[in-house]
Design a protein around this ligand. Structure first.
Ligand code: SF4
Length: 327
């Protein structure tokens, strides 16, 4: 029996960090054994917020694919492709935009939120308002059965389902409804204790050298109330302890959980122990990364081959949509 299809994408907006790895990427890696996975570089989506300066988009796209493969995505198992190399997404976007009511787009929760957040450039653009329609086209054109989502992205997927349903009502049953593949991502704290995010400049990047990671971890904030070595600390509010729970063995976490509270262990020792496990965990990924960086031709081939495969499916669905619309 054919495997069910999973579709997901990522915007090439910069280097990937540990939070991306433990969240989306690791989940993508696990899914590829069970599903027919299609993962794409959402370069057109990156334009919706960063349309004015596109100077880094190519480099970021390639770096992202390097990170994907280094993290265990296998181009033999999954189709890795670039959205802008499959122009059928744009054509379906036009077709779907004809029947999508404007208020559906204006009520998307992240639309107003982002509009208020981004103050340094004009966001009142057609592309930004319409990006959920492009997202619907991305998903529907592969007739994806599942889309991995966190709880906050559920409204987006629901909108895709509504857009597909409306098309089907007018023209006939072309698009199946994609289902959410709910995933709980651990939220990783960054070096300043806030959520790890590029915009905060607090990330441990997958491309960071072991030295760079060591420097960042050694400077990482811990329990802010623990000023001196002899002060007892509280692991429950310590960002470093949150990393310990993911990367250090259980026995070490239990030890810290007791000793920190009675000042039996210092933060420097705890950081050194975390580093031992974190660097060992990242070593194979960084080894693979090094090999891939030195083989740019292979990266180009992987993206082109994946996009070719994706295009075959996309063209077939677009032909069905055109036929249904009697174009
Ligand atoms: S000993 Fe570890 S858990 Fe306790 S405050 Fe320091 S870094 Fe955090």
């Amino acid at each position: 029996m054919a495997k069910q299809r999973v579709l997901s994408g990522m915007q090439p907006s910069g280097l990937l960090h540990l939070g991306n790895l433990m969240g989306a990427l690791d989940n993508w890696r696990k899914l590829q054994d069970q599903y027919d996975c299609h993962y794409f570089i959402a370069d057109w989506h990156a334009l919706t917020t960063n349309y004015a300066d596109t100077s880094n988009i190519r480099t970021h796209s390639r770096e992202m694919v390097i990170d994907w493969i280094a993290a265990g995505l296998d181009p033999e198992k999954s189709v890795l492709f670039q959205q802008s190399l499959v122009p059928e997404h744009a054509v379906l976007h036009v077709l779907l935009s004809m029947s999508t009511p404007l208020p559906w787009l204006e009520r998307v929760p992240t639309y107003k939120e982002k509009m208020d957040q981004i103050q340094d450039r004009e966001m009142n653009t057609y592309g930004f308002l319409g990006y959920p329609v492009l997202q619907a086209a991305d998903i529907l054109i592969y007739k994806a059965n599942f889309v991995p989502v966190g709880i906050d992205q559920l409204p987006h997927l629901e909108l895709t389902r509504e857009i597909g349903r409306r098309f089907n009502q007018f023209y006939g049953n072309v698009f199946p409804e994609p289902q959410p593949l709910m995933t709980e991502f651990p939220k990783l704290p960054g070096t300043d204790g806030r959520k790890m995010s590029k915009s905060y400049g607090n990330c441990l990047y997958l491309s960071d050298s072991p030295d760079a990671i060591t420097k960042k971890v050694m400077a990482m904030v811990t329990d802010p109330a623990r000023q001196r070595r002899q002060d007892p600390g509280n692991p429950d509010i310590c960002p470093l302890f949150a990393l310990n729970k993911i990367f250090a063995p259980k026995a070490w976490c239990e030890h810290v959980n007791v000793e920190c509270r009675r000042a039996g262990i210092g933060c420097v020792d705890d950081k050194k122990e975390l580093l031992k496990h974190l660097l060992a965990f990242l070593a194979p990924l960084q080894e693979r990364r090094k090999t891939l960086v030195n083989d740019p031709k292979r990266i180009t081939e992987i993206i082109q081959e994946g996009s070719r495969k994706a295009r075959t499916i996309a063209a077939q669905t677009l032909a069905e949509a055109n036929e249904a619309m009697k174009l």
